[in-house]
Structure formats: structure tokens, C-alpha cells
Design a protein around this ligand. Structure first.
Ligand code: HMG
Ligand code: MG
Length: 310
């Protein structure tokens, strides 16, 4: 190991020179915490993430507050946020009501979240796989008309806790629907963290064959089975250069049984730093943020790199 808690830099051929880390700790991370975190702590968490150099800090969700009480303070969080110029602060919105609340809160960047499976569409959205786009279409159109960026998440791309194996063409079809509706980018979610690298490569190949540009794709791996970094490397080798991660490895989905934390941002940055891939993130500042937040959550961070550095 080089001095200063950083890996030696040895690049691998065929990888992107720069990766955009889409930080989801304040949303995916905190939506799953049983402890009630005061809005002021959330706001400080978001400020510290932006100060650590993260270019995209997903801030909260404008979903039904009784569905996700952990993020019921979305209005308060957005009102207190001091935005760093150049940093994006997207929020999740499922429907027109969510978009209206987000617009009133001064949001300029949103994400809808679709399911690749019937059961998760029912459980997470109270919609069917066939009707979820009826909810998203007006949101995407309205947000685009207002000049917003609109990301489309697709959950359960690599496996579903109720349905098991998920046919890749089912995932491709949902991706096509989201892009046709006007999303400018997609995030492929391994919601329960079961994927392995061959699956990632195969899905990205199928999406490429369906005409989806790899530049519009991000990957979103949960680390339940410890495969998230291996899956990320497979995605980078296919040309993906947007990777979702959560500071300290927080995360999960209250409506997906067996989902644990996201790929930890620190684990991702350690690997990308070692590969000489630019992220703009200050690893020491980020790890210190996760240690600070762990103090508020009352348990240590599950990230290997946070543990090693502290
Ligand atoms: P619904 O009950 O079908 O909604 O919920 P509805 O349209 O029938 O409305 C019912 C009532 O809720 C109405 O109130 C609405 O106004 C209100 P009433 O008129 O009866 O008094 N309502 C709202 N209030 C505030 N904000 C809103 C809102 N919408 C309706 N936005 C809905 C449908 C989609 C809203 C609900 O199922 C929901 O909130 N789901 C969110 C679940 C969630 O947040 N899951 C976690 C995020 S997804 C995830 O983590 C995966 C991801 O990380 C990627 C991966 O890992 O794969 C992204
Ligand atoms: Mg997630």
C-alpha cells in the first residue's frame, strides 16, 4: 500500500478514464435505517458528501411518507440544503404528486423507479408491471418539460426474491419503455445483491443489441452476496462509466426482503483509485464522513475500506 491510505496505482486496459459516482447514501442508505435520523444530520451528511467531491448526491425521496417514514422529512431536508455549484442533488419521485412536491421544494433533478418484475412492481409501487409506466409517463414528461434531468431506475434486474430468475428480455423491455418515455439515463438495479459478473456482461450485451447506448447506463449493485465490486468491474469492462454507491455501505429497500447495503462508496473509490480512474472523490474525507454517520446510527459501517482506514 502506498503512503497515506491510498492504493498503488496500476491501470488495467480497456476501462474508462473517468467514472461518475452516483452517491445514494442519503436516499437508499437512510430509507432503510430503523433509527430516526434528524433532518439536520441528513443535511450535514449531504453537505459532507458534496464536500468530499461526489458529483451527484441523491438527497431524498418524495414518495408516500407513510410508505417510507424514514424520508418523510424530504421537504425539510431540501429546504436546508446549501447546494455546491456543479453538484447534482437528484430525488426519487414515483408519481405526479411526488413531482409536484419536489418542484415546490426547488428540485431540478429527479429519478423514477420502475420494476423489472411483477411482484416488486406490486409491492414497491402498488402497480403492475404492465401499468407502472402509466404512473411514470406524466412524471417523466412533466419533468422534461420543466428542463429537469430524469433518471429511470430499474429494480430486480438480476434476480427477484419472490420470482427468482428474471428474464433479461423483461429487463430490456422496461429499459426501452423508460427511454421511450423520455428518461435521459437509466440505472440497472441489483436490488437484492445476487448478481454475478457474467450476468452483468450478458445484460449489458442484450441492452447494446437492443440499441441502448452504454453511455446512458449506470449500475446499482447491492452487496448482499459480496459481489458488488466484481460486478462493477464487469460493467466498467463493458463501457459503463456511471456507478451508484452508498457511503459506508448503507442501504436496502424496505419493500425488498433480503436487500442489504449498496456497494460502499469507499470500496468503489479504493478500487477506482488503484486502477487510476478519476472520480474526484477524496477518500479520506469520505471515510471520515461514514465514521461520523455511523456514530449517529449507533453501529459501525459495513464497508471493508472504512474499517481498514479507521
Ligand atoms: P398508492 O397508494 O398507489 O398511491 O401508492 P395513490 O396514487 O393511490 O394515492 C394514495 C394517497 O397517497 C393519496 O392521498 C395521495 O395523495 C397520496 P389521499 O388523496 O388518499 O389523501 N400520495 C402521496 N403523498 C405524498 N407523496 C407522494 C404521494 N403519492 C400518493 N408521492 C406510491 C403509490 C408509488 C406513491 C407508493 O407505492 C410509494 O410511495 N412507493 C414508494 C416505495 C419506495 O420508496 N421504495 C424505495 C425506493 S425504490 C428502491 O429503493 C430501489 C432502488 O434503490 C434501485 C434498486 O436497488 O433496485 C431505486
Ligand atoms: Mg437500491
Amino acid at each position: 500500500m502506498a503512503d497515506g491510505g491510498l492504493p498503488d496505482v496500476v491501470p488495467l486496459p480497456g476501462l474508462p478514464e473517468q467514472v461518475t459516482i452516483w452517491e445514494v447514501g442519503a436516499r437508499d442508505g437512510l430509507q432503510n435505517e430503523s433509527a430516526v435520523i434528524p433532518a439536520a444530520i441528513k443535511v450535514e451528511f449531504i453537505h459532507r458528501l458534496a464536500d468530499a467531491g461526489l458529483p451527484v448526491v441523491e438527497a431524498t425521496s418524495f414518495v408516500r411518507p407513510d410508505w417510507v417514514p424514514q424520508l418523510a422529512d424530504a421537504v425539510e431536508v431540501m429546504a436546508s440544503l446549501e447546494r455546491v455549484p456543479g453538484v447534482r442533488y437528484p430525488v426519487l419521485v414515483p408519481n405526479k404528486r411526488g413531482l409536484a412536491r419536489a418542484v415546490a421544494a426547488g428540485v431540478a433533478d429527479v429519478a423514477v423507479f420502475a420494476s423489472a418484475t411483477e411482484t416488486f412492481a406490486q409491492r414497491n409501487l402498488n402497480r403492475s408491471l404492465a401499468t407502472q409506466m402509466e404512473m411514470f409517463d406524466p412524471v417523466i414528461a412533466g419533468a422534461r418539460a420543466a428542463g429537469m434531468a430524469v433518471r429511470g431506475y430499474v429494480s430486480m434486474c438480476f434476480g427477484d426474491p419472490w420470482e427468482g430468475r428474471v428474464p433479461r428480455q423483461q429487463v430490456v423491455e422496461v429499459c426501452r419503455q423508460l427511454l421511450a418515455a423520455g428518461c435521459d439515463a437509466l440505472s440497472l438495479g441489483d436490488t437484492i445483491g445476487v448478481a454475478t459478473p457474467g450476468q452483468v456482461t450478458a445484460l449489458l450485451a442484450d441492452l447494446g443489441a437492443a440499441g441502448v447506448p452504454v453511455g446512458q447506463l449506470g449500475v446499482h449493485f447491492h452487496d448482499t452476496y459480496g459481489q458488488a465490486l466484481a460486478n462493477t468491474l464487469a460493467a466498467l469492462q463493458c463501457g459503463v462509466s456511471t456507478v451508484d454507491a452508498s457511503a459506508g455501505g448503507l442501504g436496502g429497500c424496505p419493500y425488498a426482503k433480503s436487500a442489504t447495503g449498496n456497494l460502499a462508496t469507499e470500496d468503489l473509490v479504493w478500487m477506482l483509485d488503484g486502477l487510476g480512474i478519476h472520480t474526484g472523490v477524496d477518500l479520506a474525507a469520505l471515510a471520515a464522513t461514514s465514521v461520523w454517520l455511523a456514530g449517529h446510527l449507533g453501529r459501525p459501517s459495513p464497508s471493508s475500506v472504512v474499517r481498514a482506514l479507521s
